[in-house]
Design a protein around this ligand. Structure first.
Ligand SMILES: [Zn+2]
Length: 445
């Protein structure tokens, strides 16, 4: 199999390249890697993707990830033959991404103050493991299978471990999940336990757990499936592909994500760069990243709140010293990321440079919202009959905030991504038992 895909360092001054079977998550100088494709996908694929919506028994057409397989074709799949596809592609029986598309949610639109004709919210929580992670896990585990990996490894506070555990169980391979000891409600890990993953406790926070997991994967034959793995980013591009296909490849004005490790921001940026380069979209949507006030690394750096400099990708010359200084400042002052929205409780976003590149390409913005705002966002989504986790509430209230400050205009078309389903049921119970909360419906007797 001759692949047209390869890995390339994202730093334009470095540009080191590696074969597609490499399991490096960074170049030898420590920069992040991209998957690159030598060939441009054919224009008539739009029609092929549409036809696959009648899957005719092929799970890889049912899959919301593999339906777009030619746009992440590092396996060089060029067939509708299910037997041939299943030799290479990893899927949860076609269920990953299958239910995700943009929806109208009138109560959320009313809360935000925007027309329900121009607001779209795309719940990724209806993936099999309950979050957007299944999109990227399908592609990462496909690559793990390509290189013959026997064990996948991740650091996680919930969503990634659930997804990795599910895929590992399905493929019959092992899965190690690194967690910060004593910091995670055991309920958040119930899926990982259920799917037979091995939990590894690490002293420290999420960032420390990730560091340890990367070290162990490298030195003990593990395959890393956190979003620093560029193959994760490939599958996550299909969140954007599905949305744009639904919108008939007419770009919205904005795509809004909660900001954690910035894998979503990175994959959205890469998808848009590719689609624009291929001429599939004429307009580049602007990305808005919504940080929690308690875990606001990107917002602080991007908006010049640290040492007065607005950190930018700067055409591939970002001021990485400023990032290091910021991390030193956090350590020195013992500032730990703190928010109840644990999915985005991250102080050192592993994909910050790819995130900055995405923001530069899309003229993006970054802002913050509070925990109580996120809970309102989460709750109003519920009133539309959709379930989402607290971090997803950031997309809703982030849109509201950007609209109120005039960054998003009244008639802009806005797509917000709801990243996962509720994994901490007590959040909703506590919210509704406090009558002071905006959307609370307290119990009565
Ligand atoms: Zn490099």
């Amino acid at each position: 199999m001759q692949s047209d895909a390869y890995l390339k360092c994202i730093d334009p001054q470095c540009g080191l390249e590696y074969p597609v079977k490499s399991t490096n998550v960074e170049c030898e100088k420590g920069h992040l890697l991209d998957i690159k494709y030598k060939n441009k996908p054919s224009d008539n694929l739009k029609e092929v993707f549409y036809q696959r919506r009648n899957p005719q028994g092929n799970i890889f057409n049912e899959s919301g990830v593999w339906r777009f397989r030619e746009l992440l074709n590092f396996c060089q799949i060029d067939t509708e033959n299910i037997g041939e596809c299943s030799k290479y592609l990893v899927s949860l029986d076609g269920a990953e991404g299958r239910q995700s598309k943009p929806y109208k949610m009138s109560k959320a639109a009313e809360f935000i103050g925007i027309s329900s004709d121009t607001l779209w919210l795309q719940p990724e929580g209806y993936n099999p493991s309950g979050s957007f992670k299944d999109n990227g896990m399908a592609s990462a585990v496909t690559h793990a299978k390509m290189v013959g990996a026997k064990k996948i490894v991740c650091a996680s506070t919930g969503n990634t471990s659930a997804s990795a555990g599910m895929f590992a169980a399905n493929e019959g391979i092992n899965c190690d999940v690194y967690i910060p000891s004593g910091q995670i409600a055991p309920g958040k890990l119930s899926q990982a336990y259920q799917f037979g993953a091995q939990i590894v406790e690490v002293d420290g926070n999420f960032d420390d757990a990730l560091k340890q997991s990367l070290y162990d994967a490298k030195h003990h034959n593990g395959y890393t499936v956190n979003s620093v793995n560029p193959f994760r980013i490939e599958g996550q591009k299909t969140i954007v592909h599905r949305a744009l296909e639904y919108l008939k490849w007419e770009s919205p004005d904005w795509i809004v994500y909660p900001g954690g490790a910035l894998g979503n921001t990175s994959s959205c940026g890469k998808a848009l760069m590719e689609l624009y380069e291929w001429g599939w979209i004429k307009k580049i949507p602007r990305i808005a990243v919504i940080n929690s006030e308690g875990a606001s690394t990107l917002s602080d750096l991007y908006n010049g709140k640290f040492e007065g400099e607005e950190l930018r990708w700067n055409d591939g010359n970002p001021n990485t010293e400023l990032i290091e200084k910021y991390y030193e400042y956090l350590d020195k002052n013992k500032i730990r990321p703190k928010t109840k929205a644990t999915a985005i409780q991250i102080g050192r976003p592993a994909n910050i440079l790819k995130g900055l590149r995405a923001l530069e390409f899309t003229d993006g913005v970054v802002t913050t919202v509070s925990d109580s705002e996120m809970l309102d966002g989460m709750s109003v989504v519920g009133l539309n009959g959709f379930d989402c986790e607290m971090a997803s509430g950031a997309s809703v209230v982030g849109i509201k905030k950007l609209l109120e400050e005039g960054t998003i205009k009244k008639d802009d078309v806005v797509l917000g991504i709801l990243t996962g389903r509720q994994k901490d049921a007590m959040l909703a119970v506590e919210y509704h038992n406090n009558p002071k909360n905006k959307f609370a419906i307290p119990p009565k007797n």
